[in-house]
Design a binder for this molecule. Structure first.
Ligand code: UDP
Length: 493
């Protein structure tokens, strides 16, 4: 028999926040289940510095990484198209290349795993008689909302959730407050909501939904997703919590020393607040100023990954994050948007890093005592696996839900009184107080203990026999059975 181990193909949509967890999932399938994994990468700029560092990292040598041809969408959508539209169009345009690449593979993969934006590719899996799974690089609560959306009445949604601002009830799960709601829900008759509904319906067609969470983190929501009287009625596909999938220090593109890590080596234990808004998050000019003043006034040590402010869009650099151009001195070292004299006054306690920093190393460093984060789910997982308490500062996508979960349900974070937004700027006094509370005060200790408990529960989920380990093994067994079936069929033919 020629093939001895199943081959799994994973399709990653554009953006570092999408690619990183897919690479980690592929790695886990190889290491834990001895599968062969091919990662198909869709990107608008495959020469981007961070992207090429990431895919060439020795830690991912065990994967076959295939960069699909870059897609130029400029003739299809305008430059003002939303990020979601841009990603959706890029994924759609990549389908022919995906199909021809799979078709030309000597050994056809047994399964295709797609992420949130890749559901259209499930048809390719059908064409080649492959198993098809969805991987949601977010949490089970987000899966619950997505899968339940097609069961909602648009009129009721518009009237009660949007007009009257009532919480959105999801059977067996925490309700979503209007302030935390997803952008798609704000206009149930708009194209974004239709796209969201399609994803919810596609989820039910998958052979399984893998989620970057673990049993003990979201037991209530996972139970609701499995209960026929609650969500299983609409969620036709089984849900497999396989997380946390977070980059370890070894898989980060940094090797050897780095100015940030050298600086951290000289700081006291758990004394530094790390400030970063993910791969593309930006703040307004006014908010950037207030944040600078807040950090300075707190008199605490900090590392701040700074991007030039943008007053119209909070994720403008998402698709180009970490690209060479933005990382150059010319691109980012002009700090005119920071208070005059800020860099000089804070030079003994703070480090400002332009555009991109080695986040896994920073969060794993013993000198880091807190993380002011936009609550992207990868950042959240990276913070938890390193036992770092958070100040939550959600910007877009499902981040407001994540922020509420982290503060109110899990107790591993604090937040400002009002959700930061274009309309409400978080003042320097409140920022100063939050930083002080998380790094220096007693409240920080209590939250740190709680996040360390979660860190241990995450470790337990991942070890041989742990809940996430077993979940992924179930998928692996399905792939093994499918491969065996195909081979027997071929031999019998
Ligand atoms: N990241 C990084 N350095 C940075 C900013 C981000 O390494 O300066 C990584 C971070 O470690 C995480 C990913 O980029 O793995 C961001 O994913 P997340 O889900 O947190 O946010 P998104 O960028 O998707 O909004």
């Amino acid at each position: 028999m020629e093939i001895t181990k199943p081959r799994v193909a994973l399709l990653a949509s554009p953006g570092m926040g999408h690619l990183i967890p897919v690479l980690e999932l592929g790695k886990r399938l190889v290491i834990q289940n001895n599968h062969h994994a091919t990662i198909f990468v869709v990107a608008n700029d495959t020469s981007s510095e961070q992207l090429s560092k990431l895919v060439n990292s020795p830690d991912y040598d065990i994967l076959d990484i295939v960069l699909l041809p870059c897609i130029d969408i400029s003739g299809i959508v305008g430059t003002d198209a939303s990020l979601v539209t841009q990603i959706a169009v890029m994924m759609h345009e990549s389908i022919p290349a995906l199909r021809s690449t799979i078709s030309a593979m000597k050994y056809r993969p047994t399964a295709l795993i797609v992420d949130l934006f890749g559901t259209e590719a499930m048809a390719v899996a059908d064409e080649f008689e492959m198993l098809k799974y969805m991987f949601i690089a977010s949490n089970a609560w987000f899966v619950a909302v997505t899968i339940y959306a097609p069961a909602l009445d648009k009129k009721v949604l518009q009237e009660e959730h949007v007009n009257q601002k009532k919480p959105l009830k999801i059977p067996g799960c925490s309700a979503v407050r209007f302030e935390d709601t997803l952008e798609a829900f704000l206009d149930p008759y708009g194209p974004m909501y239709d796209g969201f509904l399609q994803v919810g319906m596609d989820m039910s067609k998958a052979d399984g939904i893998l989620v970057n969470t673990w049993e003990d983190l979201e037991s209530k929501t996972l139970a609701a997703l499995r209960d026929f009287n609650m969500l299983r009625r609409v969620a036709k596909a089984p849900v497999y919590p396989v997380g946390p999938l977070a980059r370890s220090v070894a898989s980060s593109p940094v090797s050897g020393s780095h100015v940030v890590l050298d600086w951290l080596d000289k700081q006291p234990h758990e004394s530094v607040i790390y400030v970063s808004f993910g791969s593309g998050g930006t703040l307004s000019s006014k908010q950037t100023m207030e944040l600078a003043w807040g950090l300075e006034q707190s008199k605490q040590r900090f590392i701040w990954v700074v991007r030039p402010p943008l007053d119209h869009d909070v994720f403008d650099s998402y698709l180009t994050a970490g690209s060479g151009a933005l990382n150059t001195a010319e691109g980012a070292l002009d700090y005119h948007y920071l208070p005059e004299g800020f860099l000089i006054r804070t030079r003994d306690v703070g480090l400002v890093v332009p555009m991109w920093a080695p986040q896994p190393e920073i969060l794993a460093h013993p000198s880091v005592g807190g993380f002011l984060t936009h609550c992207g789910w990868n950042s959240t997982m990276e913070s938890i696996v390193n036992g770092v308490p958070m100040i939550v500062w959600p910007l877009y996508a499902e981040q407001k839900m994540n922020a509420t979960m982290l503060t109110e349900e899990l107790g591993v974070a604090i937040r400002s009184k009002e959700v930061p937004s274009e309309k409400s700027v978080v003042g320097r006094g409140e920022i100063e107080m939050m930083v002080w509370r998380i790094v220096a005060e007693k409240q920080g200790h209590a939250i740190r203990n709680r996040v360390k408990e979660l860190k241990h529960s995450a470790q337990k989920a991942l070890i041989n026999g742990g809940s996430s380990y077993n979940s992924l093994s179930k998928i692996a067994h399905e792939c093994e059975n499918s491969l065996q079936f195909t081979q027997e069929k071929a031999e019998g033919a």
